[in-house]
Design a protein around this ligand. Structure first.
Ligand code: NAP
Length: 427
């Protein structure tokens, strides 16, 4: 058995606490796998007095002092895209320490630059816990699915959104009331914006794109739409068409560049992604000639995320070296977005209109003028002058064309609310 791997852990919350417990409870098995024991030489959080349910030794409230310790690895589990987390990682690398983090917000923004810093010094920067919690998708894209060009990655990457959509479907309740319930049960944060607005999925998707396509993680070239505007009616109509609504992060190789977006999508009810329910995550990888691969499991929480962080620590203990994004940081290509019109899908469109003569003809006219053709249509509710829902499925069309048509339709005095558009994914 080799010398202990010395670890300093900054952040003793959900994930940090889980890592400490996992290292304490399973040290023997882990040490055998790693070929050496693990020693926690320092920990940091804000509040020394907080009851944490595990023993605390070598505590400091200033995480930056950890980089002056004799730790081999600094584990950053504080969070935040800049601030103390970024300072800590930079200082750790500057002081010759390997880094493990679960901080997707920070890596989506600074990942390429930090990877280059780490690699210049032969240091590891590992982040399995940052994407899809316990699902080992980072290592899979970095080390396993490498023989053929990845064509697409599609993921349900945010458990809060998936929980809300699943509950809306099961109960018929509105987004707002299910969100409130989810907050009570601890499935949603007090400020849920980053989750329900799609930002958290965007962070994770940027990292998956980097790993899958060998590009710099890039948030600015991503369209991001959340689930706040999804109604029980949309979920109901989706099921009539044989689909379910999921918040997806989708990154696809196209001839002109990478099409990368976060949006609620209609997913065929029998496909694997459609059957990821509750707070679970799922990732579908189209690995070209190697075929499609599907992964699902717990995407957040103490034990699943600690499982991913500890796996990174075991890899470091073994002394194996892999570039941060699976290829040297210097070879990551600048992100090139797909040109508008490169990605075509059918769209679900829902209009809330007054049931007046000529309304359907007006909508159809705008769609046809913009070049959007309709494959099928449902109209519900028939009371003269009262609001009714008109739902249409289009033939394959690009997003900007549909947006243009909907903008014109939204201007009509017969249209009651913002029209809803949701892409339909083949898988
Ligand atoms: N929770 C999950 O399921 C999950 C899943 C995947 C990835 N992640 C990522 O893992 C990271 C940690 O998440 P978490 O849920 O464990 O967070 P958390 O429960 O809020 O814990 C954060 C920890 O950081 C400490 N902290 C905050 N500011 C600090 C500062 N200025 N100096 C020193 N310590 C500070 C807090 O100290 P106190 O305890 O004293 O307040 C706390 O121990 C985040 O990047 C998150 O995105 C979380």
């Amino acid at each position: 058995m080799g010398a202990p791997l010395k670890i300093a852990i900054a952040g003793l919350g959900t994930v940090g606490g889980g890592v400490i417990k996992a290292l304490a409870n399973q040290e023997n098995g882990l040490s055998i796998r790693a070929g050496r024991p693990f020693a926690i030489v320092g920990v940091s959080a804000r509040d020394v007095k907080k009851a944490r349910g595990f023993p605390i030794e070598n505590f400091t409230s200033d995480p930056l002092t950890l980089v002056k310790s004799d730790a081999d690895v600094v584990v950053e589990l504080i969070g935040g895209e800049d601030g103390i987390a970024r300072k800590l990682i930079e200082a750790a690398l500057a002081n010759g320490k390997h880094v493990v983090t679960a901080n997707k917000a920070l890596l989506a923004k600074h990942g390429a630059e930090l990877a280059a810093t780490a690699e210049r010094q032969n240091l590891q920067l590992k982040f399995e816990g940052a994407v899809a919690g316990g699902i080992p998708i980072v290592a899979t894209l970095r080390e396993s699915l490498v023989a053929y060009e990845i064509q697409a990655v599609k993921g349900i990457l945010n458990g809060t959104c998936n929980y809300i959509l699943t509950e809306m479907e099961a109960t018929g309740a509105s987004f707002a009331s299910v969100l409130k319930e989810a907050q009570k049960l601890g499935y949603a944060e007090a400020d849920p914006t980053l989750d329900v607005g799609g930002g958290d999925t965007a962070h994770k998707l940027a990292l998956l794109s980097g790993l899958a396509f060998g590009v710099t993680p890039e948030l600015s070239a991503m369209t991001v739409d959340g689930i706040e505007h999804i109604t029980p009616a949309d979920i109901h109509f989706a099921s009539e068409f044989g689909f379910r609504i999921k918040l997806l992060g989708v990154a696809r190789r196209t001839a002109s560049g990478i099409d990368q977006k976060v949006h609620p999508a209609m997913v065929r009810a029998r496909s694997p992604l459609a059957n990821v329910d509750g707070a679970a995550n799922g990732v579908l990888v189209d690995a070209g000639e190697a075929g499609p691969f599907f992964f699902s499991g717990r995407g957040a929480g103490e034990a699943p995320t600690a499982s991913a962080v500890v796996a990174d620590l075991v890899e470091i203990a073994r002394g194996s070296y892999t570039p941060v994004f699976g290829r040297p940081a210097s070879s990551l290509q600048p992100f090139k977005p797909a040109s508008a019109g490169a990605a075509l899908t059918p769209w679900y469109l829902r209009f809330e209109v007054l049931d007046l003569p000529g309304v359907l003809a007006e909508i159809a006219g705008h769609l046809s003028q913009s070049g959007v053709s309709i494959e099928s249509m449902i109209q519900r509710g028939r009371e003269h002058g009262a609001p009714v829902a008109i739902v249409m499925i289009t033939h394959e069309t690009d997003q900007s064309t549909v947006e243009r048509a909907l903008k014109a339709i939204a201007g009509s005095d017969k249209v009651r609310a913002r029209p809803c558009m949701i892409p339909m994914e083949a898988a």
